[in-house]
Design a protein around this ligand. Sequence first.
Ligand code: NAP
Length: 259
Amino acid sequence: MKKVAIITGAGSGIGKEFVKQIVSGDIDEIWAVGRNIDKLNELKDEYGDKIIPLRSDISNEEGLGIIKDALGEQKPDVVMLVNNAGTAYFGKFEDMSADSAKGLVDIICKAPSILFHMVIPYMKQGARILNISSASSFQPNPYLAMYAASKVYLKNFSRALNQELKPRKITVTAVCPGWVDTDMLKNENGERTVKFPGMVTAEKVVAKALKDSSKGKDISMSSLYNSYLRFYSKVTPHKIVMKQWIFAIRKYIDVSDKK
Ligand SMILES: NC(=O)c1ccc[n+]([C@@H]2O[C@H](COP(=O)([O-])OP(=O)(O)OC[C@H]3O[C@@H](n4cnc5c(N)ncnc54)[C@H](OP(=O)(O)O)[C@@H]3O)[C@@H](O)[C@H]2O)c1
């Protein structure tokens, strides 16, 4: 039976780094999922026939159906699922369109939940699920409100499932990086390269995530700074943490009251 890893959002940033770091391991195929087929084909050019590009928009049933059909046809041994695809919206929630809001929840919350049900029948002891949450799940984040809330869902969902799956020795890890130097930040900041505090590379996030999930951890902190942020947000009233957050982001986002 083929050993398969499935990575959503594999064409760029953290997802692409997952491909790079696991491709030489004991895996027959990596199903690289994303909407941009050119980027997925580039992965195949770079890493060879282990890469199976799957063009799929996981925000809708048709896209998820492509993965379901592939699983049904191949009946593989799914050794890893990385729910990495994501989208962010910085700004006032009232300025976010209803379609974007629905899309965000569909990608970050709904798709990983549905994919879980799809892959679990194909997972054996030792299989791993990594869900890319975020440090923004540590406290409410005004002007990143829905994104941060969706990442809380993904974090708590992952940690709870990790407990449920312990008897089957399947690990579910919530990966909670702070700022990571990827296109997502550039796209959300008008192509500006911004040096956010504690920013780390995708390489570091992925290496730590793989290490933590192999140890059965239910949460992966990408850096010491990140662990500090998590501790700080546990011991400090969130009213204060939110004020500090707004102060820190005011350079990049309009936080004025004007409408
Ligand atoms: N960068 C950060 O500071 C940071 C911090 C914490 C957590 N994260 C999380 O890390 C994950 C990866 O983000 P990144 O920083 O690597 O940014 P990125 O390079 O923009 O990657 C996002 C990926 O998601 C895929 N994607 C988006 N919508 C999709 C859809 N509807 N269907 C399928 N794929 C979709 C994109 O691929 P296509 O365009 O090909 O569809 C893209 O490859 C996200 O979940 C993000 O929330 C990022």
